[in-house]
Design a protein. Structure first.
Length: 322
């Protein structure tokens, strides 16, 4: 996400993918309350490859002291100086020109102390070692959510401009709106893959593979045993004849007891499992199916799995509903 410095105010601000400047307060992204600035004076826009500025006003726009004609467009570079209408005004300085990205913008620190947090589709905050919050993008709903890791709370929708707070301070969520239906239609679904768990005989280690046309090795991780335990519950319910939508639901407290974890550490494992999958398959649909929650219960929601203990196949299931 690109950002500029307002030289007079000594304040930084991020650019929207199409960012407008002008005097008309309710119609522009950056309001400039000066009579010689046009109602819609200039626009900076990401064209898919670079950031460009277009002069729309009658009273002139200067880039590094060089005037732009009305309607003229120029490519921007880092450290460019932008002045609107009056060359004596301090104007703006281009500080960053990265492509649009959803970010957390720091509110209680300057950018000299900290940087914006560029969000992946599944993000643990402040980090993966001691996470407090999970932020994730639901591609089907085209909506961001935030969820507290230490609580059994519902995920809350996260919208442009919302406040996000954790131990490092206060942040503002800035949505770049870079996702869209073309990207969604081209993606694979999580349920296209078969989850194959390889459990050691002493049940100390669990290796996980995803199989479709190729094998994706997720290696050995502690959180794979959590997924395996939930898959076992689902296989047991299937053997009892429960329909697929009713299979595998376990109270979170029961699962924590089975794993020998407190609820906070179990939630950390849940979020790490989701993040590993999101990092491995960032464009895949159905990320929310991996682990589903309902009324204090949780289940493994993916359709196809096998569990091996040593060389022996101990459970298998091919289900039809997510």
């Amino acid at each position: 996400m690109a950002y500029l410095l307002d030289v007079a105010a000594e304040a930084y601000f991020p650019l929207a993918p199409h960012h407008t400047f002008g005097r008309l307060a309710n119609s522009v992204d950056t309001h400039i309350d000066k009579p010689y600035v046009s109602k819609l004076h200039a626009a900076i826009e990401w064209n898919g490859e670079q950031w460009r500025i277009k002069n729309l006003g009658l009273n002139g726009t200067w880039i590094n002291g060089i005037a732009m004609a009305q309607g003229e467009t120029r490519e921007l570079a880092v450290n460019d100086e932008i002045v609107l209408a009056a060359q004596t005004d301090p104007g703006f300085r281009v500080m960053d020109l990265r492509a649009p990205n959803d970010i957390l913008w720091p509110l209680n620190r300057s950018l000299s102390e900290t940087s914006p947090i560029y969000l992946s589709r599944y993000h643990l905050l402040p980090d993966g070692d001691a996470p407090e919050l999970a932020l994730y993008f639901d591609e089907q709903a085209q909506q961001w959510f935030q969820e507290a890791i230490a609580e059994h709370s519902e995920a809350l929708p996260l919208n442009d401009g919302d406040l996000v707070q954790f131990s490092t301070g206060h942040w503002q969520f800035v949505r770049a709106n870079i996702y869209g239906p073309t990207e969604i239609k081209s993606a694979r679904h999580i349920n296209d893959f078969e989850f194959v768990f390889n459990l050691s005989l002493d049940e100390e280690t669990t290796q996980l593979e995803l199989r479709q046309q190729q094998v994706l090795d997720l290696a050995v991780r502690t959180h794979h045993y959590l997924l395996l335990q939930l898959a076992r519950h689902r296989a047991e319910d299937a053997a009892r004849g429960l329909d697929s939508k009713s299979q595998g639901w376990v109270y979170a407290d029961q699962l924590a007891a089975e794993l020998g974890l407190d609820s906070t550490h179990m939630n950390i494992q849940i979020f790490r499992a989701r993040k590993q999958l999101a990092d491995l398959l960032p464009d895949a649909l159905g990320q929310q199916c991996l682990l589903e929650r309902r009324g204090g219960k949780i289940r493994f929601g993916c359709d196809k799995f096998k569990i091996y203990k040593g060389d022996q196949l101990t459970a298998t299931s091919i289900l039809k509903d997510c």
